[in-house]
Design a protein around this ligand. Sequence first.
Ligand SMILES: [Zn+2]
Length: 64
Amino acid sequence: MTTNDPISVDCPNCKKQVAWIDANEYRPFCSKRCKLIDFGEWATERKSIHGESLYPVVDDNLDQ
Ligand SMILES: [Zn+2]
């Protein structure tokens, strides 16, 4: 095992082997497409979390 071998990682999106090298600006993704897809899913997930209220909505008009 030589230290000069590039480290390989699995693309988080398509699980393709990706060499972890400086030349690969999209690492750990295999391509720009996979990076954008993954980021898009993350953004969508965040949006759906934002869509739900963390606290119960209190109606001020309801007198106790
Ligand atoms: Zn990929």
